[in-house]
Design a protein around this ligand. Structure first.
Ligand code: ATP
Length: 522
């Protein structure tokens, strides 16, 4: 199946099974804004719990906060967002569609890379075991030609983005013959800058002095609370502050479902450290954050780092963790070494000292900061994309099953009475009442056939189903069915909790991650 079709199916599955709805759906939705439904919110909460606990439980020196979305307007002057949080946009005169000029050029770079990959794959197939990829890349004329075009374009693009130089960006689009991906038209306007922050007025007077912004990142809420937390928590460097919260960006091109939204949620952690130690911590957090993703068991080969060549002026290192979505490898998380830029800027603008007095060296200095920043919604999307599976069964039927990491599944266990009669519903309710205190357990009404009830749970990714049948009143045993293998096993009701709980708890994930990172150099 084409990857585009897979993605469309995932989007409609999300709606049909109560994961994600368009916002204000009865009014035909609001562009790039989405609501999470009854199953989506559970999955999202499990992701957040896994992240939060991996930060504040696994690291003694990390604490959390929850800052307000509205902040003093000067925060965004100091952070540079008022002057520089811009995207270069371009319109197509024929299709009336608006694009980010940088995205159009990046897609073009991607096309050259795809061509190269295709050649390499062809070569690998042709030469089989004798294939030497490095030699092939160095000698195949088509690969060499495309690599040269890609590298030249990349160099021009990187230079144009310094500043950025809007005329140069426009020229690249012209020279490369980049067409509107929807209409194929090349009738472009000039490139303009567009600030991504939403603004509103605070109080009753609507004049410029009351203008405030909806935060475009949660990070600044941490920086402005650095002193409060450090002093009240008597924190010693290095230490981190974690936060989960909403962020807002007036994205120009809002496509790809919850990948790029105008209202979204971030999980950010700022790790403050002694100047000069930031590279060590940057490397540490790169590894820990990748391990966090990999512990979910979604395939190590589906992740890669993408180191930034063009760094923001305040950063001295930056990398993305990318996940293989149906539309290619895409950024899910950013890890940035932000130096002392943010705290120094706030110190300058607020006029108060934001220094750390180091009791060991008896010196005062501005801490350096390493940030890990992940979008909850993008994480949600990567989990959904990986989980969505269509299977043909031995009897020729097909089933759609969400092979979610068990600890993230919205419902962990569904309990079905086989029949309405013989006291089976009562026993099923008893089982639910026992298990529900330990993990999310649902009761499944016997009005549908057992097969249908299994399929419905498969479609929302429930890892375990329990069926109460006519023998249960006699032997107190039930059938436990496993989602992925569809294996069935007869077990004692009394053993259900221990069989399920370990596999579905976020604690089990944390233990796996904790064991892995325990010995890592800090
Ligand atoms: P992009 O280049 O895709 O616009 P970014 O580099 O601007 O992303 P950051 O500012 O580093 O993103 O934000 C950190 C994380 O927040 C991203 O890795 C992503 O997971 C998430 N994020 C950013 N913008 C959005 C958005 N519009 N919708 C959903 N998630 C987002």
């Amino acid at each position: 199946m084409a990857q585009d079709d897979v993605f469309k199916k995932i989007v409609s599955h999300c709606k049909e099974y109560g994961f994600v709805f368009p916002s204000s759906d009865i009014y035909d939705g609001l562009a790039a804004v989405y609501d999470y439904g009854q199953n989506g919110v559970e999955l999202k909460n499990n992701i957040k719990q896994y992240w939060w606990q991996s930060m504040v439980l696994l690291h003694e020196n990390i604490v959390g906060i929850d800052a307000a979305i509205f902040m003093h307007p000067t925060v965004w002057k100091a952070s540079g967002h008022v002057d520089a949080f811009n995207d270069p946009l371009i319109d197509n005169r024929d299709s009336k569609k608006r694009y980010r000029a940088d995205n159009l050029i990046e897609d073009q770079i991607g096309k050259y890379e795809e061509k190269i990959d295709k050649e390499v794959k062809k070569g690998a197939k042709k030469f089989g075991e004798r294939f030497d990829e490095a030699q092939f890349r160095a000698t195949n004329p088509r690969v060499i030609a495309n690599q040269q075009k890609r590298d030249e374009l990349h160099a021009r693009y990187a230079e144009a983005m310094q500043g950025p130089d809007l005329v140069a960006l426009r020229q690249i689009i012209e020279d490369e013959g980049i067409a509107d991906p929807v209409s194929g038209s090349k009738n472009w306007t000039d490139v303009r800058q567009f600030n991504l922050m939403f603004s509103t007025e605070m109080g009753s007077l609507s004049d410029a002095t009351n203008k405030i912004y909806l935060r475009p990142e949660t990070a600044q809420g941490i920086f402005v609370n650095y002193l409060n937390v450090q002093k009240t928590g008597r924190m010693k460097l290095p230490f981190g502050i974690a936060q989960i919260g909403k962020a807002f960006r007036n994205e120009i091109v809002a496509r790809q479902f919850v990948f790029r939204m105008r209202e979204f949620e971030q999980m950010e952690m700022q790790f403050f450290c002694q100047p000069g130690t930031e590279m060590k911590w940057f490397e540490y957090w790169k590894r820990v954050r990748l391990a966090w993703h990999e512990a979910l068991g979604m395939g190590d080969e589906n992740y890669r780092y993408h180191d930034h060549e063009k760094l923001a002026h305040y950063a001295n290192a930056a990398t993305d963790i990318e996940f293989k979505m149906p539309f290619g490898f895409k950024e899910v998380e950013g890890i940035h070494s932000r130096t002392d830029y943010d705290l120094s800027q706030h110190e300058k603008y607020c006029g108060r000292s934001i220094k750390y007095f180091d009791p060991d060296t008896q010196e005062s200095y501005t801490p350096y900061d390493v940030e890990t920043s992940i979008g909850v919604d993008r994480m949600f999307l990567s989990v959904m994309c990986h989980a969505y599976t269509e299977e043909t069964l031995e009897n020729g039927e097909t089933r759609v099953v969400l092979k979610l990491p068990e600890a993230l599944a919205p419902v962990k266990c569904a309990v079905f009475p086989l029949d309405k009669k013989d006291g089976l519903p009562e026993i099923a309710h008893e089982v639910v009442d026992e298990l529900k205190f330990h993990f999310n357990t649902h009761y499944g009404d016997p009005k549908d056939s057992i097969g249908k009830r299994y399929r419905r749970q498969d479609a929302i990714g429930t890892p375990f189903c329990v069926t109460v049948d006519h023998d249960t009143p006699k032997d107190r045993k039930v059938t436990l069915r496993y989602r992925d293998t569809m294996e069935q096993q007869r077990v004692d009701i009394a053993d259900l909790r221990s069989l399920i709980e370990n596999r579905v708890s976020v604690t089990s994930l944390l233990k796996r991650l904790g064991a892995q990172i325990a010995g890592w150099d800090k």
